[in-house]
Design a protein around this ligand. Structure first.
Ligand code: 0L1
Ligand code: MG
Length: 265
């Protein structure tokens, strides 16, 4: 039988010690439901140390990434206050093992997500939208994992940065959220480019996906939650030079940045 708590503790220890572990699937039989139980147990460990859940994130939201992993559905992870870095602030890279960074779109809920409501009403729960950065960091060796591994590892969630929030209704009156150019730049040089359309065809589709996944796996997404909708480009390695700056720009929506902290940063 799968020992959920032992697996959660193993991944938690890898994260805290910054020592990557072999994939769980190499030694255990863990199905997808059990993987979400491991994820949830890992979040309970973090809550027990004083962290607060502030929202959720989706992974595998681009067709390219899903095909690469051979999966047909998104994955859901949980984000906590300890993962958040202020816009423009320095992040301590030594917190991570082999971090990568990706540009995203974030939503802020003004009301609880109601699984029984029609899709339009679920969208009405979203109050604000912002450009965002997500730092992902696999707790597995060589950043290699099977689907069950990465779900158990809270979908590689490690850090996030939220840019300026804007009212969603005002943005939608002005812009097509499904077709905004996205650029990820490191020290002013483009490192990756894409479109918000690369996020599930339209980042707003993330809301229904979150409702579906959160209902299936018993995750609460109350008013005030942040939703990281998914990446608009492939992730790039988080630079390791103190003072290096990573900026995500989403046309019409704004920019968000983080710098690498350290003795020179
Ligand atoms: O946020 C993401 O899209 C990452 C999902 C997990 C897969 C990965 O670590 O690349
Ligand atoms: Mg992501």
């Amino acid at each position: 039988m799968t020992d959920i708590l032992e697996l959660a503790a193993r991944i938690d220890r890898a994260r805290l010690d910054r020592v990557p572990i072999p994939q769980l699937a190499e030694a255990e039989s863990v199905d997808l439901d059990a993987s979400y139980d491991v994820q949830s147990a890992g979040i309970e460990l973090r809550r027990g140390r004083g962290e607060s859940v502030v929202g959720v994130k989706l992974g595998f939201t681009s067709k390219a990434k899903a095909e690469q992993m051979g999966v047909s559905d998104v994955i859901l992870g949980v984000i906590t206050d300890e993962m958040q870095v202020g816009d423009g602030d320095a992040v301590d890279r030594s917190r991570f093992i082999h971090p990568r960074i990706e540009p995203e779109v974030a939503f802020l809920l003004g009301a609880d997500l109601d699984p029984d409501a029609p899709a339009d009403d679920q969208l009405a729960a979203v109050a604000q939208v912002a450009p965002a950065l997500e730092i992902i960091d696999s707790r597995y060796r060589d950043f290699r994992f099977a689907l069950e591994d990465v779900v158990a590892d809270n979908t590689s969630a490690a850090g996030f940065v939220i840019g300026p929030w804007r009212e969603l209704a005002a943005v939608r009156a002005e812009l097509d959220l499904a077709d905004l150019a996205v650029e990820l730049a490191v020290d002013g040089e483009p490192a990756a480019t894409g479109s918000t359309g690369d996020i599930l065809g339209d980042p707003l589709h993330a809301v229904a996906a979150v409702v579906r996944m959160a209902t299936r796996y018993g995750v609460r997404v109350p008013a005030g939650s942040i939703i990281l909708a998914g990446a608009a480009t492939a992730a790039v390695p988080l630079p390791d030079r103190p003072g290096a700056e990573v900026v995500a720009s989403v046309a019409g929506l704004g920019r968000v940045s983080v710098t690498i902290g350290g003795t020179d940063g």
